[in-house]
Design a protein around this ligand. Structure first.
Ligand code: HEM
Length: 450
């Protein structure tokens, strides 16, 4: 097992305790009781019936607004219906070329790290994933603009840290105390940086959308192009004279999409790399599969996507053991009957994703082990769909699951074809700042494959 940091350990211990008792358990956040759920049957009930997010999500509203991740149910339903249009398979298929291209460029960027011993590749992953996410979610090319060094990433991390601080220091949950604290100043400064990017991007997409509408009105037929999430939203909500959303709402949607796409993919990519580097036999099997399906230089396409069965198993297994959202949380708006207990209206429930994914009743006694082979037969994966909770298996679950799996496959192909990776998952420390992240990305050795 990877080494862990203190906050992480305390978060994980609730789930471990619930797993031991075999049922729902109750903890207290200050004076507030919170129910912890780890059985897939209960997970399914909670994530499909309790759609209202737990009250702590409101602390992210200054950054993400009230449109999607931290929205109340009626607004979320409307936004989600529109966003679902952006994740249709044909739109995702159009991203493949971009994913392949970005992945090759990522591999090229590693040249200077080859044969240098243990290196930290996090920053290079961040750059590559962020560039891709800006293109696919906002339709914007960064064209050399370096968001990593432009403090954008730092600003996002500061917002997430302030959110975590408010959860761990219950007195800061009260707005009147928080507003007087240094955290409020820190948050406001970070928000300025974040909004300046998304406002600029929304302005650009809107003006291009209006130009396209005008051209269409003039009878000019447009050629095929990659459609970003924001493009699809604009297409379905904005005419030359009318718009369903205000600029601030569009900015909120852009901020939700960008954060949900890049901050998850970056770290899951790092976890996949660490897992592959820690198990040489697994790495060799993935390499052989890539060569068998794609040869020495073939690229991922919608035709061969489903043939990389072992690579997909490796990615899913890494995401099972290291779910970027180790907890998702809901509030009940009516009494909610779980298998053995009635949760009263007005309660908070945490689905302990980390522990659901390690529930030995469903995953077997080797649940803690990294074993991609388990995904290769229906007999060795749980038959309950909510036993794999990394993407939040319910109505407010991840809209980008297929996107993420495609991207991670595309990223691993040129990387493993060119290089041999060595890592040690036991050396990696984890932390939870809302999301589960490695404290550092060191410990990856890159060598040229002979
Ligand atoms: C391996 C990578 C990913 C993992 C493990 C993951 C996991 C999750 C989880 C657990 C949630 C639920 C959060 C909650 O209930 O609080 C979620 C929501 C969401 N994810 Fe992902 N995600 C990943 C990648 C992506 C990508 C690449 C995109 C977009 C391109 C994306 C877009 C979203 C959106 C928009 C939501 C909010 C959905 C809603 O509120 O209806 N995710 N994701």
């Amino acid at each position: 097992m990877m080494k862990t940091k203190t906050t992480f350990q305390s978060v994980i211990s609730f789930g471990e305790y619930a797993l031991k008792t075999g049922d729902v358990c109750k903890i207290y956040l200050g004076p507030m009781p919170i129910y912890i759920v780890t059985d897939p049957e209960d997970v399914s009930t909670v994530l499909n019936k309790c759609l209202e997010k737990m009250f702590v999500y409101k602390f992210i509203q200054p950054m993400l607004g009230k449109m999607l991740v931290a929205a109340e149910v009626p607004v979320w339903k409307r936004t989600r219906r529109i966003l679902d249009l952006s994740f249709k398979q044909h739109i995702l298929d159009d991203y493949l070329e971009l994913f392949n291209d970005q992945s090759s460029r990522f591999v090229d960027s590693l040249t200077e790290d080859v044969g240098k011993g243990e290196v930290d590749i996090t920053e290079k992953i961040i750059k590559s994933v962020l560039e891709t996410s800006c293109r696919t979610t906002l339709g914007v090319r960064l064209d050399g603009k370096d968001l990593v060094n432009d403090n954008y990433i730092v600003a996002v991390n500061e917002c997430l840290e302030v959110l975590t601080t408010r959860i761990y220091r219950p007195w800061l949950m009260f707005d009147f105390i928080f507003n007087m604290s240094v955290y409020k100043k820190k948050l406001d400064k970070a928000l300025e940086t974040i909004f300046s990017l998304s406002e600029q991007m929304v302005r650009l997409r809107k003006s291009e959308h209006l130009k396209r509408l005008k051209k269409k009105g003039d009878g000019n037929v447009e050629g095929r192009r990659i459609q970003s999430v924001l493009d699809v939203v604009l297409e379905n909500t904005m005419t030359e004279t009318d718009s369903l959303y205000t600029d601030v709402e569009l900015r909120n949607i852009a901020d939700n999409m960008l954060l949900a796409a890049y901050d998850t993919t970056i770290y899951e990519m790092l976890f996949v790399i660490i897992c592959i580097g820690s198990y040489p036999d697994v790495q060799e099997k993935v390499y052989q599969e890539i060569i068998q399906v794609l040869g020495e230089d073939g690229q991922l396409s919608k035709e061969n996507l489903s043939q990389l069965v072992y690579l997909e198993a490796v990615i899913k297994e890494a995401i099972r053991l290291y779910p970027i959202g180790p907890i998702v949380a809901r509030d009940t708006t009516s009494d909610t009957k779980l298998r053995n207990v009635m949760i009263p209206k007005g309660s908070s429930i945490m689905v302990h994703v980390w522990s659901v994914n390690r529930n030995t009743k469903y995953w077997g006694l080797d649940a803690e082990e990294f074993k991609p082979e388990r995904w290769l037969s229906p007999d060795t994966v749980p038959n309950h769909p909510a036993a794999y909770a990394s993407f939040s298996p319910g109505r407010r679950g991840c809209i980008g699951k297929m996107y993420a799996l495609m991207y991670l496959k595309a990223a691993m192909i040129p990387l493993l074809r060119k290089y041999k990776l060595t890592a040690d998952h036991k050396k990696v420390e984890l932390e939870v700042t809302v999301m589960l992240k490695p404290v550092s990305g060191h410990f990856v050795k890159i060598e040229k494959r002979q």
